[in-house]
Design a protein around this ligand. Structure first.
Ligand SMILES: C[S@@+](CC[C@H](N)C(=O)[O-])C[C@H]1O[C@@H](n2cnc3c(N)ncnc32)[C@H](O)[C@@H]1O
Length: 316
């Protein structure tokens, strides 16, 4: 078994804590979606991917499967594979046979889940060098000392780019582009398309309540991180498509007036008040192509499913 994990410096736990607390005490309370992924949250995300209403994972997988040869042809083989927000690493692992990566970097903020995923992957691919990097990509993609001069393929599936507002998404794409200096480098990215509000609403508020559990679980994680005393019974999941903003929003809404102890403060939530936990921006194909161009990519290819629910881009 050959894998290693490195921790990016620059992470300041006290600053993270202060910013979390400030977000919760603000008049429009918010929690960054990066806090969804404690151990249980990572498992609940995998369950969401299996929901009939959550078409994203299934559709992306079918685009990959149906276009394996063309995508492999565009990328080439034997490059370093850099998996951003790698999660369980399964999506990248399915490319190993085709892309034959010289090295695999799994980048994720969820340390425990990453460690577990890499242990399994290293058993499956004992001849591939596997490196985990624990990093918050929202605070900057610091990979300068890692990639060297070899070409790199960045992999960012699952429409995770949608968690960033378009300006921040452009910034992140620009940083990826900067790391693509070696000829033959590029970015393979999955992006959810704008569509009928009813389907988006169903995808983010399923009748089984798995997405609701995923959303509520963020409060358990926060309680452990900052010692707050959120009672999950006092909040309910809200997920809907905000068409004018082109994004799905997730919130936790207070069911009743309640008081939560946060650091040294008592934060009062009025019944109906919401904590904003996630945005998932959706893009028409031409909108995302334009973002990739603005980020400095010059060759852009796109593959879609029959009903154009989802886009897979390779940008170099
Ligand atoms: C929606 S899951 C996607 C997992 C996998 N790539 C897939 O498509 O199935 C998002 C992953 O990104 C990670 N993540 C979320 N925010 C992050 C951040 N700011 N920096 C690094 N990783 C992050 C989470 O821990 C989680 O594993």
């Amino acid at each position: 078994m050959r894998y290693s994990i490195t921790y990016r410096s620059g992470f300041n736990a006290e600053l993270e804590r202060q910013s979390l607390i400030a977000g919760l005490l603000a008049p429009n309370a918010a929690i960054s979606p990066k806090y969804f992924y404690d151990e249980l949250g990572s498992l609940l995300y995998l369950a969401i991917c299996r929901l009939p209403e959550y078409y994203l994972t299934r559709t992306e997988a079918s685009i990959f499967t149906q276009n394996r040869e063309a995508i492999t042809g565009a990328i080439g083989t034997g490059k370093q594979l850099v998996d951003l927000g790698a999660g369980d690493c399964r999506k990248a692992a399915e490319w190993f046979h085709f892309l034959k990566p010289s090295r695999y970097f799994a980048v994720d903020i969820a340390e425990a889940h990453l460690e577990h995923s890499l242990g399994r992957l290293a058993e499956e691919f004992p001849d591939t060098e596997i490196v985990g990097i624990v990093m918050d990509i929202a605070t900057g993609l610091q990979l300068d000392g890692d990639l060297g001069t070899q070409p790199a393929t960045f992999f960012y599936p699952g429409s995770s780019i949608g968690n960033f507002a378009p300006g921040s998404a452009l910034q992140l794409l620009g940083q990826i582009r900067t790391h693509c200096h070696a000829p033959g480098s590029g970015l393979l990215i999955g992006v959810d398309a704008k569509k009928d509000a009813a389907r988006l609403n169903a995808a983010y508020a399923d009748p089984l309540g798995v997405t609701a559990s995923f959303n509520l679980n963020i409060l358990n994680h926060i309680n452990r991180l900052i010692g707050s005393d959120f009672d999950l019974n006092n909040f309910r999941h809200i997920g809907f498509y905000n068409e004018s903003m082109g994004r799905v929003e997730m919130h936790l809404e207070a069911r009743t007036d309640c008081v939560v102890r946060i650091a040294d403060s008592n934060r009062e939530f009025a019944a109906g008040e919401r904590i904003h936990t996630e945005n998932s921006y959706k893009y028409a194909r031409h909108e995302f192509e334009s973002l990739l161009q603005q980020a400095g990519f010059t060759t852009i290819q796109c593959w879609q499913d029959n009903v154009q629910d989802f886009c897979v881009f390779y940008a170099a």
